[in-house]
Design a binder for this molecule. Structure first.
Ligand code: SF4
Length: 356
């Protein structure tokens, strides 16, 4: 099996991890949590290790005299490595463990949720796939990370673990800027301390000029439509369904004008009940605008409202990735042009691996 097919299978099926010394990954949080970062064959994958369906996966990792081996139904496939994060063992000057402030994502990305609460969490409008406040309740993180704390952790992550870029996300705030101004403030502190390229993710604000506040603070942005199927959105993420699609398009356009071609991206989740056409045609629309469609299989995170769901079949994801890679190719777009964040990290999507 080639690397891109193996990565697709791992993203969809997960892997059983019993080897001693291997971290299973964070349990919850924003984005595709409950996974472990697997490095193999020149790529990186954020592999489900804790969801219910993992027990049915043909993939397992075992420890063979200090080396971690991935096997499929008992047959050795390849050696995998797990990125080290020495900075995560330290504490801030005010006594908070660094791992509660930010984590290593993928091979070399520092990631954090600046504000770990979301205005939609205790409402019916909450995104059903999200687990942002679960990690807060479990004590794995803190509600709001200060610019000083993030600058301190980022400096250590760069020095000790050769982190090369940063992803900042946020729960949506009740303020009209949706959390953008705080993202800008924290990004500036990290930039001043490290000079690292930074990615910020947020909901599209009504006032487009609010995005301009990020101009000198970050290098790339993510504005996540999640699905192009409005019926799916109404069922799975009502807060997103209330935002007209045109507002996403306007926010993407404004952001491409500010940050450049391929520096703007959006998660597109497969496996919520949408058709293949919705993903392929939606991706085409994005690529025409200069936006990278970061297509990921649904990650049913334990504790989230979709915890009992199953990711889409690897065969379907394989087909989708082939088609969307063709769209990227025709539009002259590649993850390699992206400066920071999920597209550059590529652990959660195999789309970059399908590019040609
Ligand atoms: S792709 Fe994004 S969410 Fe996934 S591991 Fe990388 S930085 Fe984190």
């Amino acid at each position: 099996m080639d690397t891109k097919s193996l990565k697709t299978e791992l993203l969809c099926l997960g892997a059983r991890v019993s080897a001693s010394g291997v971290e299973k990954g964070r349990k919850a949080g924003a984005g595709p949590a409950a996974g472990g970062m697997f490095l193999f064959s020149g790529t990186v994958a954020n592999v489900p290790t804790q969801s219910w369906f993992v027990s049915q996966s043909p993939y397992r990792v075992y420890n063979d005299a200090g080396r971690y081996i991935l096997e499929r139904d008992g047959t050795r496939i390849t050696e995998v490595k797990f990125p080290a994060a020495r900075f995560q063992r330290l504490k801030t000057r005010d006594g908070i463990p660094y791992y509660k402030i930010a984590l290593l994502h993928g091979a070399d990305c520092l990631a954090t949720t600046t504000i770990q609460t979301c205005v939609y969490w205790d409402t019916p409008k909450r995104c059903k796939f999200c687990a942002i406040e679960l990690s807060l309740r479990s004590g794995a993180t803190i509600a709001k990370k200060t610019p000083e704390q993030l600058a301190e952790v980022a400096e250590a992550a760069k020095r000790l673990d050769h982190v090369t870029h940063v992803t900042l996300t946020t729960g949506t705030t009740a303020t009209p800027d949706k959390g953008i101004y705080y993202l800008a403030e924290t990004a500036r502190a990290i930039k001043d301390a490290t000079g690292l390229p930074i990615h910020a993710q947020f909901e599209p604000p009504k006032e487009l000029n609010m995005i301009d506040a990020l101009y000198d603070a970050v290098d790339t942005v993510g504005i996540h439509v999640e699905s192009f199927d409005r019926g799916v959105l109404r069922r799975i993420a009502e807060c997103k369904a209330e935002i007209p699609f045109e507002r996403y398009v306007d926010a993407w356009r404004r952001s491409v004008a500010l940050f450049g071609d391929t520096q703007v991206s959006s998660y597109v989740i497969a496996g919520l009940g949408e058709s293949d056409e919705s993903i392929i045609e939606g991706s085409r629309t994005m690529v025409e605008l200069g936006v990278y469609p970061f297509v990921v299989p649904l990650r049913p995170i334990p504790g989230s409202m979709l915890e009992n769901e199953k990711p889409p079949a690897p065969e379907r994801m394989h087909l989708l990735y082939e088609k969307v890679a063709e769209v990227l190719h025709d539009g002259g777009m590649s993850w390699r042009k992206n400066k920071a964040g999920c597209v550059r990290c590529r652990a959660c999507s195999a789309l970059p691996d399908f590019e040609y």
